[in-house]
Design a binder for this molecule. Sequence first.
Ligand code: UD1
Length: 345
Amino acid sequence: MTAKRNILVTGGLGFIGSHTVLCLNEAGYNPIIIDNLHNSKIEVLDALEELLGYRPVFVQGDVNDDALINGLFVTHRPEAVIHFAAHKAVGESVDNPLMYYQNNVVGLITLLAAMKAQDCSKMVFSSSCTVYGEPETVPVKESTPTRPAASPYGATKQMAEVILKDNNWCEVQCLRYFNPVGAHPTAKIGELPLGVPNNLIPYLTQTVAGIREKLTVYGGDYHTADGTCIRDYIHVMDLAEAHVAAIDRLFTSQRIQKVLEGDPSTDSFEVFNIGTGVGYSVLEVINAFEKATGERVNYSVGNRRAGDVVAVWADTEKVNQVLGWSAKRDLATMMKDAWNWQKNC
Ligand code: UD1
């Protein structure tokens, strides 16, 4: 039996990271987790242990800690990195841009420097559909031009993409996530927002659970069929599976060899939209939640939220064809799993 490949998962106790750890294990990889617990909890490690049947390697620390990261490479010799560790709240990034540039940009550079020094040249990177801004046409393709970022958070994702493109010694699968929601079907892991949630689904489930009084729908006068914004919601398990497909591709495509040999037709940086390809309005999401769970959502339509994009969803043709991945779980499943997780919190 050949040894399992070690994969370093930064931010591996976070929402998407923890689900990906499970999928990596399922696919025969050995996840090595580093997380600074800034936006996650150590209890997630216990839940992972229960689901995996063993306690995965976990190091509490920060991607900005150069010595720690280098030490991790020496000890565990990961063959690839999935880099989730980053801040992700748009509003917080406006209030504290330095924190965002430090963690999301400097942290990436520190990690890349360690990878280079330690001879690891494969990465899956968490990007976001936020790089498209307000697109002129939907669905958006990977070739759709990016727009000036509307927040420091968005700017860090755009900068990170540029940094990764320029460092063409490193083979990168850059995944632009649309709106990740839902939770593991066992409801043992899920999203753990700090304080009052900004995102729709945790706010909605907390409202139904009685933690929040009422959900405000941000704007009912947009130029959409029902006047509310449209997003491409994707189940976190589908998203996690996309990371495994990307890791598999890093070990099978041989692209980096071609790049190193100077093949002009090959690029070290590949980008994929990770969405379902279907957009739903906020009101459609609320209706889907009520139908899937039998619960009522207390909501009212309020003012628009500054900075919101009106409508964005993914063209998934490239990811379906090249990565051989497509989303399998529907909106009802996303809602059921999100609610089961909330009830378990
Ligand atoms: C945005 C970014 C995403 C980023 C995420 C981080 C875009 C298109 N998406 O997601 O890349 O990772 O922030 O937080 O830039 N809504 C309500 N009431 C609420 C909360 C949300 O009506 O209480 C609505 C929003 O107006 C929006 C939808 O629900 O139409 C989804 O909002 P949210 O979950 O916050 O995600 P995005 O803003 O789409």
